[in-house]
Design a protein around this ligand. Structure first.
Ligand SMILES: Cc1ncc(COP(=O)(O)O)c(C=O)c1O
Length: 408
């Protein structure tokens, strides 16, 4: 009998779904970075999206106690009830949002929360509107669910924020989702209450649009005025507020994301999650109750530390000739406009044709890893994470300046 498999390449064994997925630009950078490190080159990775701090002691303690108390069984899919009660209280305490425990679903990171939402809301060809730049995984998840990404362009001069007019101009009969993060990854921009109110002025006219507000950087906000779009009466019944412990509590590896959502959508997300992963880790859930309590001192300390680093990096970036820099109000990223370097030549005589090449050059010659803006939908910029010690950041900025200013 003919062996059909012999005629089949491994490539076409894969689903069209995964074949259509774009490879992550950050992965190429990470691979190259590892390659250089393996050769003994000291690369400074400013490409990572995670705090460099340790998880606060009281949270670790709660996890240890949970292990000893044998929290080792499957949990309810949306999470333990007392965890969802803690989240409901947190939403009220910090954000003045009213989500009952039944409206809350916890997941394996906010990434899964978002994936659940895309799978529950999007049919083939439905449109998800996002201001650019946006976090990399949004676009990949939307496309995987069959949706179409509709971009609203912004730039450094508008602090990377979109306006109500821009939003209204892209809304169609197929618009299903409006999604944004504030504070934003990668720009660090923070929408004020007034700016959100203007967007609500448009969104209230389109009841079929579900608003997804990703607030995972809530605690790293230097304005101290975090505003949630879910507070606005006119749209509150269709706002999903997404959050998680990764950034504000230095818990990236623990995997706990959560959302408050309309009940119909919370139930649907529970249904999807029940078939894919069930609930997130039981020990993490017990630790999360400690994290979400009233003791937030360690989180405030981390924010103060980020504020110092931001000031340092801001000053250094401003000294680099040709780089356009704004003053991000949240998260731990800068997203400078480096378009003036495109078309320039390296000391070896090679022309830099685009931002991907510029970032590769910064890595190869400057030994600093940053992420190209094209990964976030903007080709003029690159992202720098300043989740590093001041000493390391100072050295990284010295290298970056030398490398960029050597281009002619
Ligand atoms: C804007 C934004 N949303 C969501 C996430 C996902 O976070 P996690 O899955 O670790 O909770 C990240 C992580 O980088 C992020 O930057």
């Amino acid at each position: 009998m003919e062996n059909i498999l012999e005629k089949t390449t491994t490539e076409n064994l894969l689903s069209n779904r995964v074949k259509a997925m774009e490879a992550s630009a950050t992965l190429a950078m990470a691979a190259k970075s590892r390659e250089l490190k393996a050769k003994g080159i000291d690369v400074i990775a400013l490409s990572l999206g995670e705090p460099d701090f340790d998880t606060p002691e009281h949270i670790k303690q709660a996890a240890k106690e949970a292990i000893d108390a044998n929290y080792s069984h499957y949990t309810p899919v949306p999470g333990y009830l007392d965890l969802r009660e803690a989240i409901s209280n947190k939403f009220k305490r910090d954000n003045n949002l009213d989500y009952s425990p039944e409206q809350i679903v916890t997941s394996t990171g906010a990434k899964q929360t978002l994936a659940n939402l895309m799978m529950c809301l999007l049919n083939e060809g439905d449109e998800a509107i996002m201001p650019v730049p946006y976090w990399v995984s949004y676009a990949a998840q939307i496309k995987l669910a069959g949706g179409k990404v509709i971009e609203i362009s912004t730039n450094i001069d508008t602090d990377f924020k979109c306006t109500a007019e821009q939003l209204e101009a892209v809304i169609t009969d197929r618009s299903k989702i409006f999604l944004f993060s504030s504070p934003c990854n990668p720009s660090g921009s923070v929408y004020t209450k007034e700016e959100l109110e203007a967007l609500v002025g448009v969104l209230k006219k389109y009841p079929k649009i579900t608003i997804i507000s990703d607030e995972i950087y809530e605690h790293i906000n230097f304005t101290d005025k975090h505003a949630s779009i879910g507070c606005f009466e006119a749209v509150k019944d269709r706002v999903v507020t997404v959050n998680g412990l990764s950034k504000g509590f230095a818990m990236t590896g623990w995997r706990l994301g959560y959302m408050g959502a309309p009940l119909w959508l919370a139930k649907a997300c529970g249904k999807i999650q029940g078939q894919f992963t069930s609930a997130t880790c039981s020990i993490t859930q017990r630790a999360a109750i400690a994290a979400l309590g009233d003791y937030l001192e360690p989180t405030y300390k981390m924010k103060d530390e980020f504020a110092k680093r931001k000031k340092l990096v801001h000053g250094k970036l401003n000294e680099i000739e040709g780089l356009k820099v704004n003053d991000p109000q949240g998260a731990f990223y800068f997203f400078p406009d480096a378009s003036s370097f495109i078309g320039k030549s390296t000391p070896a005589g090679e022309v830099i044709n685009d931002m991907d090449e510029l970032c590769m050059h910064i890595l190869n010659e400057g030994h600093v890893a940053v992420v190209t803006g094209s990964a976030f939908g903007i080709k003029e910029c690159f992202r720098i994470s300043y989740a590093m010690s001041e000493e390391v950041l100072t050295e990284a900025m010295r290298r970056l300046k030398a490398c960029l200013e050597a281009l002619s």
